[in-house]
Design a protein around this ligand. Sequence first.
Ligand code: DHB
Length: 314
Amino acid sequence: MTSSISLATEIAGNKLASCLYNASGPLCSTTDELNAIGESAAGAILSKSATLEKREGNPSPRYVETSWGSINSMGLPNEGYEFYAAYSKHSANYNKPYFMSVSGLSHADNLLIIQYLADFTNIAGIELNLSCPNVPGKPQTGYDFEETHRLLDMVFAQSKLKIGVKLPPYFDIPHFEMMAGVLNKFPIAFVTCINSVGNGLVIDTHSETTVIKPKNGFGGIGGDFVKPTALANVRKFYTLLDKNVAIIGCGGVKNGMDAFEHILCGASAVQVGTCFMREGPSCFARIEQELKDIMQQKGYSTIADFKGKLRTCS
Ligand code: DHB
């Protein structure tokens, strides 16, 4: 019986009955979409990245699924930060934490939004997005270590809420070490690894065109293809960051074994993006049952039994 197996976890001082929930991006922009996550088996609700102003985003086609994952260049379509702050009151109908993703188009925007959110007691934490690859002319802050340091200096000087960061994927060991060196200077509650692998290019050979329209076809890559990169980022930051920082794994999770791998690398919670977009909110109950079945076969009853315990082969 898997009923004695618990997927419970804790992020930023909040208890989650399940360690699985949605990645910011797909199906988390409108009240109906957020409610559907609330009603699902997801352990938390995470909003679409909010900007200061409401945005329509980039022209379509801007999201395409492939056999190995997805490419997107949405361009931050969202209702604006006041909408997602107000939703926090409604989120109290669901017995799970509500996290808000913040992705201001400038440091000043991020600071203004974070200051405004301080009074919203139903916001369990802010996922500060340092890694949106899809706004033309706006670099990914997470690839500039000094800029990240400057932003976090200002954010933590004023923030009352628990703050985590959503990072882009890194591919070079010194880059992991430099980013961890910056993050370890601040009281960061959690780190989400990874955002999409930025600026990939997917081609339709029949029409000899790109499959998405914005940025001449360049967009963030998600799904199966990014899992090894996501696992590497979870593992590296788990080993490099202070032990009180929770790592949230995101990238290539479509079944219980994928979630198991993220947790083995050190993830305290696991987000689902491309698969959630394809399958909708029922994916959480399915992946949770698959993860519980794996835990039962292996003799684990809580995620603490195997979190971070990846061994190197001999
Ligand atoms: C978008 C994409 C991202 O990867 C992200 O972190 C934020 C926003 C987007 O295009 O909407």
